[in-house]
Structures are given as C-alpha cells and as structure tokens.
Design a protein around this ligand. Sequence first.
Ligand code: ATP
Length: 300
Amino acid sequence: MRNRVIDVAALRCRYGDFEAVRGVDLAVDQGELFALLGTNGAGKTTVLETLEGLRRPSAGRVRVLGVDPHRDRAAIRARTGIMLQESGFPGDLTVAEMARLWRRGDHGDALERLDLGHRRDVRIRQLSGGERRRLDLLLAVLGRPELLFLDEPTTGLDPESRQRTWEVVRELLAEGTTVVLTTHYLEEAESLAHRLAILHEGVVVVSGTLVDVLAAQPARISFDLPGRLGVDALPMLGGDVVHNPSGRVDVRTRHLQEDLEILLTWARRDGLALGRLRANHASLEDVFHAARGGREVIAA
Ligand code: ATP
C-alpha cells in the first residue's frame, strides 16, 4: 500500500462568523497529483493554507507527512515546496542570485529545465509574467521537496510555457513527489491529476480518482442529421436524444460504445452521412458544471 501523505477529516475553517470550509475530507497518497478545484471563493486557498501549516483549522483533523502541519510547521516546511498564487520577489535581484539566495548550490540544471538558463543574469523586475511564474516554480522545486503545493501555477502562461510546466510536474511525479494543485484550467487537471476534489461553498461536492469521476458522467455523441430526416427516424438508443433546432442531434449516454455502434450500423445500412460526427467521454468541464448545478454528488 502507498504511503498516505495527506489525511484530512471533517476540516472546518472560519473567518470570524463566516465558515469558509464546512467539513472537508481529503486523502492523498505518495506520488499522486491531487487537484483541488472549485469556483472563486469555494475555499481552495483556505484548505491549501491549512495543509501548508499557515492556518489553524477551527475543527477537524489534519495530517500532512504524518504530522499536524500547524503545530509542526518547521518539520513540514523542510519537506515541502510551495508555489503561491502571488510572489513578492525583490525586483533588483537577478534570476541566478534569487535561486542562490533561496538555496545554496548549483542551479544550472534547474534553470535550464524551466527554460530560464538564458535569463539567469536578468533582473527579476525585467522578466515577463510567464518567466516570473517559471521562476516561482523553480524556487518551489529546488531542494527536491517530497510534497509540492502549486496554487494556480500556469495562470497567465502561454500554451508553450504551460506545456513546459506540465512536463516539469510530470517529471517530479515520476520521481515520487506528491503534488497538490489548484487550478481554474480544467484541462490542466484532466491532463495531470490522479485524484481530485471539487469544492463548492466550502463543501466537497465531487471527489475521487479522475477515471472514476469522469466515468460517473454520461458521454456525448453529436452529429448533424441529414436534412430530410426527423429524430423519429433514429434507431433506438440507450441514451437521451435531443434534436436541436439547428438540426444537430445530441445524445447523452452511459453506453457510448453500444450507442455509437447502433448509430453507425443504421447510417451504413441506409447510406446516410452523419455530418460532423463526434463521440466523447465526459470531460471535467461536464463534471464541474453538473456539480455546480448541485445536481450530482459523486464520491468514488
Ligand atoms: P479563488 O479561486 O478566488 O482563489 P478560493 O476557492 O481559493 O477562491 P478562498 O480564498 O479559500 O477561496 O475563500 C473562501 C471564502 O472565504 C470566500 O468566501 C472568501 O471571501 C472568504 N475569505 C477568504 N479569506 C478571508 C479573510 N481573511 N477574511 C474573511 N473571509 C475570507
């Protein structure tokens, strides 16, 4: 069995009279990437700060790397890396000076890995927003932390820098680092996460492995019905069929492979072309919207 790195039960956090986190349970194993998702104000930063030991919960049990992160902050601090949403670097230092100041040693490799090698002698204030974000990540991963907290690490990055960040995160995971990520980019979570939780108003509304969470939502088939046909011409399908005024048909189904086969067999038999045919399993975007509607609570 894998080591449990984070174990949270019935966590509650208050700001005065306002309870921002209302009974959250989380578990993260070693080497996993755990994505904490939710709308603005859902409570992600509050949970993250509690895990980092920066905030004392008002109730509940929190264990990070086997200890209480608030009480044993010094122990946790030495074993974790944190990339905050906003950094406050002294702008006069150069990239290389900042890296040296942060941790002793030669940072040549790490600078190259994040494509900052050619910027090592540039002052921080002269970096672009994306380069500054990569420097944040560099500082968080120097010293090879066992546990890495990434708070919206790719906000403001161009697609290439985002890909590079993902590559670095994947390398760290392959080396056994455990990662807790918050992001508003659902495709980022879908591409990186093993396990996730969606928070809504301080409560976990969806949680589980990425595979289970996606499998719990219906898949979608869509296509243009040839003009002369009505929806009643379609064969019997397992899923729900919606015929849009535009002529496009949407099928929401829990039997993607079977329904697709029925449709294709029918189309071939009658010599029909299904225009712009698409078949997709559910995306995290679908899960997120269903959860926000409060219609579905999935615990896998
Ligand atoms: P975002 O996606 O915008 O970063 P979040 O999910 O991280 O949001 P939190 O920052 O944890 O959300 O905030 C959760 C709730 O607690 C919000 O309603 C917020 O207004 C409230 N809150 C956060 N910090 C404080 C504070 N210092 N005092 C009072 N209320 C606060």
